[in-house]
Ligand binder design. Sequence first.
Ligand code: MF3
Ligand code: CO
Ligand code: CO
Length: 335
Amino acid sequence: MTATDIYTPLSKIRPNDPCFCGSGQKFKRCHRSTTDRVVAGDLSPRREVPASIERPPWAESGGGSDRNEPDVKSADVIDRMRRTGRLAGDVLAAVGAAVAPGVTTDELDELCHRLSVEAGAYPSPLNYNGYKKSLCTSVNEVVCHGIPDSRALRDGDIVNLDVTVFREGVNGDTNATFLVGTVDPESQRLVRVTRECLSMAIDQVRPGQPISELGRVIESHAEANGFGVVQQFVGHGIGETFHTALAIPHYYEPKATRRLEPGMVFTIEPMITVGDWRARMWDDDWTAVTVDGKRTAQFEHTLLVTDDGVEILTLRSDGLWSGDGGQPTDPLAHG
Ligand code: MF3
Ligand code: CO
Ligand code: CO
């Protein structure tokens, strides 16, 4: 084992490496908490799904999606997506309610996994392209696809929880960013503006609307607030598979001229940054972080284009957004 030294960037030191300070203790037991950057913790063993639960193809194969699924869904698929979407909204609300200082992201994964399975659903992320957990937990500068681990949430963090469930042969995909304890005003503003970006884009969803219009309103609201828009990750068609070929950019893309049609189902999931909008990947090949280490937030819904507008399929059972309603983690309750 090579000893890490004071010239090694903190983000490169693994939890079990000897601490740079020479104490002889593991980094995770010693100086890790002195860095503001999110660092990887330890993964818990793989969680099992009972054999009675219907699995998507990737549960066994560890592969990805059939991207050729049609963008316009049958009435039958839409009906099933309503029920699965609502479940995703309810699971996200319940896991979000467990967010607190000291709670590890692995504990949130355990809750998401258990609630999904108890509702007869398969947690879609599990083994999707080899992903090892049932939830994505993206803290502070993590843009998306953070892997739940032994890291405890700290007072002042923000954390995005991205829930996708598979039931009745279809997926529902939704996420929200939650506040951990007392969060600084700038981060609160980031979370509020990001939620507004999604809400404003949803308001533009109706038949005949070019896809580019969605990114246009997101980008203009983000930039009016001095924030950036991540380009590397886009919204996507969804249904029997997790990600279809249909792409929904969150920035203004003039080439996205395709017009929305009744029966189309896709996500909008803007990732908004305080600083630089460019992302880089950790060497786990999943965790995307901002290049400058500044914070980023995200909200996501799965949406159906109706004959005259939009239906949000991933609202929770009481019709609210998963993070809303006076919980301590409600971004709206923090002005
Ligand atoms: N839920 C994410 C999305 O919004 C995808 C997560 S893929 C996973 O598209 F493998 F990381 F779970
Ligand atoms: Co999605
Ligand atoms: Co998602």
